[in-house]
Design a protein around this ligand. Structure first.
Ligand code: COA
Length: 175
C-alpha cells in the first residue's frame, strides 16, 4: 500500500464509490445525492488536493482538502479570529470499511501535513459530527483541538424530512 498526493483522474470513479459506500451506509442515515457527490468530488480535481491510500487492487482510503474560505457554513468565531486565506480545510477523510483500524487514517493525516504548502498556509481545520467518536478520537490523537461548533441541516435517508447534525470544528497549526 502506498500513500500519495495525486491529480490522476483515473481515481475519480473509485473515490466517488468510496464516498457513497462510506456515507450512504453510515450511522448518520442521511440522504446522499450521487450526482451532487460526483460534482463535489470533481471539484477537488480542479481546485483542491487529493491524497489516496491505495494498493494495486484497492482504493483503501482518501483525504480531500482545499482552502477553508470555500466553506460556506464557517462559524463567525473562526472567520473573526483567523486569516482565512492562510487556512486549509480537510473536507473529507474516509477509509474503506475492511481497511479501518489499521492506521490508514493516521497515515493519511500525516501525509497531509507533509504535503501541505506551509509557505502559503499556516493553519488547518476539520469539521466532524459530534457523534463520530472514531473520527474525533483520531483527530485529537493527531493534535487537533476543538475551536467551534454549528448545526447543519441534513435530509433524512428516507427523505421524510430534515434533521440537525451538530458539527465540531477542530484546528491545528501547520507547523
Ligand atoms: C474515521 C476513520 C477515517 C478512521 O480511519 P482508520 O484508518 O480506521 O483510523 P486509524 O486506524 O488510523 O486509527 C487511529 C485512531 O482513530 C481512533 N479510532 C479509529 N477507529 C475507531 C473506532 N472504531 N472507535 C474509536 N476510535 C477509533 C482511535 O483513536 C485510533 O487510535 P488507536 O488505534 O491508537 O486506538 C474511519 O473510521 C472512517 O473512514 N470512518 C468513516 C468515514 C468518516 O466518518 N470520516 C470522518 C468524517 S469527518
Amino acid at each position: 500500500m502506498e500513500i500519495i498526493q495525486t491529480e490522476n483522474i483515473n481515481f475519480r470513479n473509485k473515490i466517488i464509490a468510496l464516498y457513497l459506500e462510506t456515507f450512504s451506509s453510515g450511522q448518520s442515515e442521511q440522504y446522499i445525492d450521487s450526482t451532487e457527490i460526483s460534482r463535489y468530488i470533481d471539484g477537488f480535481f480542479v481546485d483542491g488536493k487529493i491524497i489516496i491510500a491505495h494498493s494495486s487492487n484497492h482504493l483503501e482510503g482518501v483525504l480531500l482538502y482545499g482552502q477553508l474560505n470555500k466553506d460556506q457554513l464557517l462559524p463567525n468565531k473562526i472567520k473573526d479570529n483567523f486569516q482565512l486565506e492562510k487556512c486549509l480545510y480537510i473536507a473529507e477523510i474516509m477509509v474503506s470499511e475492511e481497511f479501518r483500524g489499521k492506521g490508514i487514517g493516521t497515515q493519511l493525516i500525516r501525509s497531509f501535513f507533509e504535503n501541505a504548502d506551509k509557505e502559503q498556509y499556516s493553519d488547518v481545520f476539520i469539521r466532524v459530527w459530534d457523534e463520530n467518536l472514531a473520527a474525533l478520537s483520531l483527530y485529537e490523537k493527531m493534535g487537533f483541538q476543538t475551536v467551534s461548533s454549528m448545526n447543519q441541516k441534513k435530509i433524512k435517508a428516507d427523505k421524510s424530512g430534515t434533521f440537525d447534525m451538530k458539527k465540531i470544528y477542530l484546528h491545528k497549526k501547520l507547523v
